[in-house]
Design a protein around this ligand. Structure first.
Ligand SMILES: CC(C)(COP(=O)(O)OP(=O)(O)OC[C@H]1O[C@@H](n2cnc3c(N)ncnc32)[C@H](O)[C@@H]1OP(=O)(O)O)[C@@H](O)C(=O)NCCC(=O)NCCS
Length: 146
């Protein structure tokens, strides 16, 4: 598995992972725009044929803070440590930029992701009512970086 930055040719693969894993639709233009703002915050995990099998898209909208906007691994490739690799590399990069805090949002029903984030010392800091387009509530989770 290789970790690298997002490229425009990754778009169909990333969109397919998002449609299956996150049940939300995003304007395809968004990926390129956000990648341009913070290229090393958009991590792609690629297989030996350079096909994206997972990604973590982080943004820096608040000074000193990163927000994980999207994070998903192809369902056929989960439980192999790809998510762990993406998350640990992302947190390292945030420390490298001297960020103090990382935040994210997650569906209240997404027990797998909540457990994953808890392992990474994120904790729920807010309940976001009807946050998702289908009306589901979300948690905002956050962790400090030392
Ligand atoms: C959350 C997500 C990104 C994790 O990705 P992943 O590649 O499966 O993550 P990992 O393989 O690193 O870790 C997952 C679990 O597998 C375990 N694991 C890792 N490597 C393993 C291995 N070789 N053998 C067995 N188990 C392993 C980990 O301990 C971890 O356990 P946990 O469930 O207690 O946390 C993935 O589940 C996903 O894409 N979910 C759908 C999208 C989503 O919910 N995203 C978050 C939205 S906010």
């Amino acid at each position: 598995m290789t970790l690298r930055e997002f490229r425009a040719t990754d778009l169909p693969f990333v969109s397919a992972i998002v449609a299956d894993a996150l049940h939300e639709h995003y304007d395809p233009v968004l990926y390129g725009t956000l990648a341009a703002e913070w290229p090393t915050g958009f991590l792609i995990a690629a297989d030996p044929s350079d096909v994206p099998v997972g990604f973590l898209l982080g943004v820096n909208q608040v000074q000193g803070e990163a927000r994980i906007l999207m994070f998903a691994v192809d369902r056929r490739q989960r439980m192999q440590g790809i998510g762990t690799l993406l998350m640990s590399t992302f947190l390292e990069r945030c420390r490298g930029r001297a960020f103090r805090r990382v935040t994210l949002e997650v569906r209240v029903s997404n027990a797998t992701a909540i457990r994953f984030y808890s392992r990474y010392e994120f904790s729920a800091v807010d309940l976001l009512r009807t946050y998702y387009s289908d009306g589901e509530n979300g948690y905002q989770m956050a962790r400090d970086l030392r």
